[in-house]
Design a protein around this ligand. Structure first.
Ligand SMILES: Nc1ncnc2c1ncn2[C@@H]1O[C@H](COP(=O)(O)OP(=O)(O)OP(=O)(O)O)[C@@H](O)[C@H]1O
Ligand SMILES: O=c1[nH]c(=O)c2[nH+]cn([C@@H]3O[C@H](COP(=O)(O)O)[C@@H](O)[C@H]3O)c2[nH]1
Ligand SMILES: NC(=O)CC[C@H](N)C(=O)O
Ligand SMILES: [Mg+2]
Length: 539
């Protein structure tokens, strides 16, 4: 089975646990070069492809610590270019017999790197900085630094405090930089990465969604064979819609999309998604109304994690029941030719690369903040096999793919909506009445955001229903009703987020409409917490 790294020139990024490792991957992909992240402890014999180059990431460790992680030393004999970033540089120095020590003072923040080939003989070796001028501002974050470079290396960049801010080998394509080119605080960092992967590694810039579509469709056909049947959980969100459309292109009506109405969807969501997929996208979608089942299992449950687990498990129960129903149907001829019958072997999921990164990161999955329903909520004895065509993609790549698959723009630009839905936006027990209140408030909020043409500037906006009551006055009478909190965030990758600054008149209109139109609400607040320390969702 041809994997993506067999089809595209690939940069291997070894993750030593830096919080920025995934950004290195992103920056490579922004140059249209495919890059894959693997734990730094990966042994070369387990890497099933030949990378065009290797990048060693940063790390919270110090190379001289007893328990610090180290790369397979075989990488230096592979004959491919290597770039070490921060810890990666220190690791390269440490493995190739230089010395690394704790600095007198940690360097954290901006620094000006002077670019120069000090002591270097070979004119071609500072290709890393070619065309970038004499100096550039960069972002540093380290407490250790090289006290002597390994033999056969020379300095290609330095700062007032870091004499070895950038090194190159005299004859081999090995480079190390003390600063972080992957963060946006290093304005020319992306160009440095470009010099490495394009000029030094010689990668072809052919990682584009146009190339990906054809190859992925072929790959899905190969996996499913001529008769394989696939069931897919589809929510109307970007990821599952793009995955469903891709699947439909690959195997036509042997793909069965299922949307579950779990009773905690947004207002009219099931109806809208049904129309969109069946009519606009030609995907064979069934909406299953399981709201009674979900709401009865959620009855009286307040604990956020319990809500999430109940929903994750119930989703799988419903999918398995649906798969059984599809299998029991009589064989039928399909448009693409042949007869469709037999077992449904596969379950399509819209898993994205950030979910995967989280689970392969060298540090291992981080402390459980919350259980995302499609990762931690899966049943252990599941019979269906997973198929995940977006597993290697970032969200913006999925959106680009969606546009190429002619998925309408409003759908491609949709804010994410979590699988556990309104159940994690109702801060007490979930009842039909509470769901109704929240659906109405949320709908007004989003409607007004769209009217103000702010929807595409905001990464995610939604309303939250608080379980507290407050006193108000309406038509000269006292009211004692619930409170709605509005949330809107801007973020690049949802790992960190900032609250969105609305023009005040927009908030005024939203608040006035919600308190006037939604029975049971007499007060509206706006959430001004960033992530961290808050999270995007309240539960
Ligand atoms: N109501 C639902 N019915 C069927 N499947 C669902 C439902 N809600 C979520 N899922 C499944 O869970 C997966 C993860 O949900 P998630 O919200 O991360 O992705 P999405 O809904 O496809 O996209 P987005 O992140 O833009 O909302 C979906 O891709 C889909 O497979
Ligand atoms: O499909 C999903 N299933 C879940 O269980 C889930 N929990 C959070 N989210 C979404 O993830 C992003 C980050 O949210 P948090 O800061 O609250 O973790 C935000 O976009 C959240 O909406 C989920 N999506
Ligand atoms: N960001 C990094 O990679 C830091 C590396 C090492 N822990 C240091 O403090 O120097
Ligand atoms: Mg969703």
């Amino acid at each position: 089975m041809a994997e993506i790294h067999d089809q595209f020139d690939t940069i291997l990024i070894l993750d030593f646990g830096s919080q920025y490792s995934h950004l290195i991957t992103r920056r490579c992909r922004e140059h249209n070069v495919y890059a894959e992240l693997m734990p730094c402890t990966t042994q070369l014999k387990d890497v099933k492809f030949k990378p065009k180059g290797i990048i060693l990431s940063g790390s919270p460790y110090s190379v001289y610590d007893k328990d610090s992680p180290h790369a397979d030393p075989g990488i230096y004999d592979l004959g491919v270019p290597i770039l070490g970033i921060c810890y990666g540089l220190q690791e390269m120095a440490w493995q190739l017999k230089g010395t690394v020590e704790e600095c007198d003072h940690r360097e954290y923040g901006f620094a000006q790197v002077k670019i120069g080939k000090i002591g270097g003989e070979n004119a071609s070796v500072d290709a890393l900085f070619e065309g970038l001028g004499d100096e550039m501002p960069v972002w540093m974050s380290h407490g250790d630094q090289l006290s002597s470079p390994p033999p056969d290396f020379h300095v290609i960049g330095y700062t007032g405090t870091a004499p070895y801010a950038a090194l190159a080998h005299n004859s081999k394509p090995f480079y190390g930089i003390q600063f972080h080119p992957e963060v946006t605080h290093s304005p020319r960092g992306k160009e440095v990465i470009g010099r490495f992967i394009l000029n030094i590694c010689g990668c072809r810039a052919h990682w584009t969604m146009e190339e990906f579509i054809g190859k992925e469709i072929a790959r899905i056909r190969e996996i499913c064979g001529p008769t394989g049947r696939v069931i897919g959980a589809v929510s109307g969100g970007v990821d599952s819609t793009v995955a469903a459309k891709l699947m439909h292109e690959a195997i036509g009506d042997r793909f069965h999309a299922i949307m579950v109405d779990n009773g905690v969807l947004r207002l009219n969501e099931a109806k809208q998604v049904n129309e969109m997929l069946n009519q606009n996208l030609g995907v064979n979608l069934t909406v299953v109304d399981a709201s009674d089942l979900f709401l009865s299992r959620l009855d009286g449950v307040e604990d956020p994690e319990q809500k999430r687990k109940i929903i994750g498990n119930t989703f799988i129960n419903v999918f398995e029941a649906e798969a059984a129903k599809i299998e029991a149907e009589p064989a039928r001829e399909v448009e693409q030719g042949g007869v469709e019958k037999g077992r449904v072997e596969w379950l399509l999921q819209g898993t994205l690369y950030p979910d995967v990164i989280e689970s392969i990161s060298f540090k291992g999955p981080s402390a459980t903040i919350k259980t995302h329903h499609n990762v931690g909520g899966l049943l252990k004895d599941m019979k269906l096999k997973l198929i995940e065509p977006l597993r290697e993609l970032f969200k913006d790549e999925v959106r680009a793919l969606g546009r190429l698959l002619s998925i309408p723009a409003p759908l491609v630009q949709r804010h994410p909506f979590p699988g556990p839905g309104l159940a994690i936006r109702i801060l007490g027990p979930v009842t039909r009445e509470q769901v109704k209140i929240l659906q109405q408030a949320d709908n007004i909020y989003i409607e007004e955001i769209r009217k103000a043409e702010l929807y595409d500037q905001i990464a995610q906006a939604f309303a939250v229903l608080l379980p507290v009551k407050a006193v108000g006055v309406m038509g000269d009478s006292r009211t004692y009703e619930q409170v709605i909190a509005l949330r809107a965030v801007q973020t690049e990758d949802f790992m960190t987020a900032d609250w969105y600054v609305f023009p005040p008149e927009i908030l005024r209109r939203i608040s006035s409409r919600i308190t006037n139109e939604v029975a049971g609400i007499n007060r509206v607040t706006y959430d001004i917490s960033s992530k961290p320390p808050a999270t995007v969702e309240w539960l």
